[in-house]
Design a protein around this ligand. Structure first.
Ligand code: NI
Length: 207
């Protein structure tokens, strides 16, 4: 049976109702709800600097990507359903943008650094787009960047070697200065992302 591994509710109440296993763990569920609320109501700073390692083993910081619109997705390569679906749409969007797509850099930040080593990510990211960059790091580095983006994630079942990672799965859009613009909800199609990115690129070229 495939469990619902992504927190896609539109309000804290929906979130708590759909969390299933996490609902039994009240503090965890509260944290998930609070992070999601902060993101949805645009509360507090979203995003920030990071220092990680890419899927080729190269050290990368957020500053390396200045000058590009960033599409950032948090997930993990063993995710059975939502991550691959969203990453596929991100890859299609960047591809279908053609030349304009060169202004967009897609990033995949793992929430499972123990299993998603750089080498492992190298095999994974190429499935979605040749320019998709996979990023990993220490557990602490990942925790820091995830919290900066209000990403909730937790291993389930806790303590198991064969775990899944429950996680929120929004697609973040950042401007060429690394400033957070907004998010696409999970399940956003490539065509919808393209419409919005094109509007954004057009707006930027006029200003
Ligand atoms: Ni996932």
């Amino acid at each position: 049976m495939i469990r619902t591994q992504h927190l896609v509710g539109l309000a804290a109440s929906i979130l708590l109702a759909t969390l299933g296993p996490l609902a039994a763990q009240q503090p965890e569920a509260n944290l998930a709800a609070r992070l999601m609320e902060d993101l949805m109501w645009n509360r507090g700073p979203i995003g920030g600097p990071f220092a990680l390692v890419d899927h080729t083993g190269k050290a990368r910081t957020d500053e390396d990507f200045r000058g590009k619109l960033l599409l950032i997705y948090f997930g993990y390569s063993y995710c059975p359903d939502v991550c691959p679906t969203d990453l596929q749409q991100i890859g299609l969007a960047v591809g279908r943008l053609g030349i304009a797509g060169e202004a967009v850099q897609p990033l995949f930040i793992t929430l499972d650094p123990e299993r998603d080593t750089a080498t492992h990510l190298a095999d994974y990211v190429t499935l979605f787009h040749p320019r998709l960059i996979g990023l990993t790091g220490s557990a602490e580095q990942i925790r820091r960047v995830a919290l900066a983006y209000k990403v909730y994630y937790a291993k389930y079942p806790p303590g198991s070697a064969d775990y899944v990672v429950d996680h929120t799965s929004f697609i973040y859009l950042l401007d060429e200065n690394g400033k957070y613009i907004g998010f696409f909800p999970p399940g956003t199609t490539a065509d919808r992302m393209i419409e919005i990115i094109k509007l954004d690129l057009r707006f930027r070229s006029k200003n």
